[in-house]
Design a protein around this ligand. Structure first.
Ligand code: HPA
Ligand code: ZN
Length: 336
């Protein structure tokens, strides 16, 4: 449709995409075989890529998804695996019209399996360089720390010499927190965020996805984050919404993810219109595209189908996406 073409051509910045969440079942099975990784035999979902895809359509919650997410990434062993994964994301992103991508990865989900941080990072960097040269996509990487693991583990990884070097070299631009939300308040990570800020790193946090709006307030106050990932529960607190609007904090919204993980009843309940009307800045993102049935363009299309936005509204969304990016100002000017 002409609208599809219009949405494809918009200069998109992606701010909320977990590289491990771009692992399509076909590549998952291919790497499991090549790397001799046994998939669970007591779960019929792992019988074939098709049955796994069918299971992904029936997620009941964030944790139900995370169970499959962590099993899936267990097939990633070698640098070439991480490079192939990220490259598969970039080919989709290019087709979707992504011009700049700031990508999360979960180092602890690999180091706890005995995969060195340097293996993970070098694969991702190789794909980022290729995306830049061959597709013209600029990139930044963001290390996410897992909320369900003990805080000392996060601090230890942050201080790991290889991790510190990746921040100093600029290979990794910032930090975030992800994984299970409810019961794991943002303030627990204050020490980590203070250290990151001290080093000049950019800071974001998943908050208000499944958890209550109080977690968003908590992340803003105690972690001094510049962005909030998801943040859809902000509609529950008009006062805080005004504060966030005044501050210009960017929410990285993931509509398909919210629907598939049952954080909202349907796409119409993602507060796109209310945020637009209230002046809350947000970008539209894919989160874990291989698990949620669509890349960034599918998210744009679903939003358009549900809300019928006008040209001016799409312009605002893309402009905020560019302005809320963590790249150089010179790159931002190119994207406008
Ligand atoms: N929320 C929490 N943890 C995650 C997500 C998410 O959207 N995606 C990957 N890990
Ligand atoms: Zn996420």
């Amino acid at each position: 449709s002409p609208l599809h073409e219009f949405l494809q051509r918009l200069p998109k910045c992606e701010h909320h995409m977990h590289l491990e969440g771009a692992l399509a079942p076909s590549l998952l099975f291919e790497l499991a075989q090549r790397n001799n990784i046994a998939l669970p035999k007591d779960d019929d979902a792992f019988a074939s890529p098709e049955s796994l895809i069918a299971r992904y359509k029936r997620f009941t919650s964030l944790d139900d998804f995370l169970h499959y997410y962590y099993i899936g990434m267990s097939v990633l062993i070698n640098t070439s695996d991480f490079e192939a994964l990220a490259w598969s994301y970039f080919t989709h992103a290019h087709r979707s019209g992504v011009v700049h991508a700031e990508l999360f990865f979960d180092p602890q989900a690999h180091t706890t399996r005995g995969i060195p941080y340097s293996t993970v990072l070098s694969g991702f960097i190789a794909a980022c360089n290729r995306a830049n040269h061959e597709l013209g996509i600029t990139t930044e990487l963001i290390t996410c720390f897992l909320r369900h693991l003990p805080i000392p583990d996060s601090l230890a990884l942050f201080e790991d010499p290889d991790v510190q070097e990746s921040y100093r070299r600029g290979d990794v631009r910032g930090i975030g927190i992800d994984s299970t939300e409810v019961g794991y308040q943002p303030e627990r990570f204050k020490e980590l965020y203070d250290r990151a800020k001290g080093m000049g790193l950019r800071r974001t946090a998943h908050a208000g996805e499944e958890g209550p709006v109080g977690y968003i307030a908590n992340a803003l106050e105690t972690l001094d984050v510049e962005r909030i990932d998801h943040g859809i529960q902000l509609i529950d607190n008009p006062e805080l919404m005004k504060k966030v609007t005044a501050k210009g904090t960017l929410l990285t919204i993931c509509p398909l993810s919210n629907v598939v993980l049952k954080c909202v009843a349907g796409i119409n309940d993602v507060p796109i219109k209310r945020f637009l009307e209230g002046g809350v800045r947000f970008s539209i993102n894919s989160d874990d595209p291989a698990y949620f049935g669509g890349y960034i363009l599918e998210n744009y299309c679903k939003v358009q189908e549900a809300f019928g936005l006008g040209l001016r509204e799409w312009e605002v969304i893309c402009r905020n996406g560019i302005e809320g990016s963590w790249c150089e100002d010179s790159r931002k000017r190119e994207m406008f």
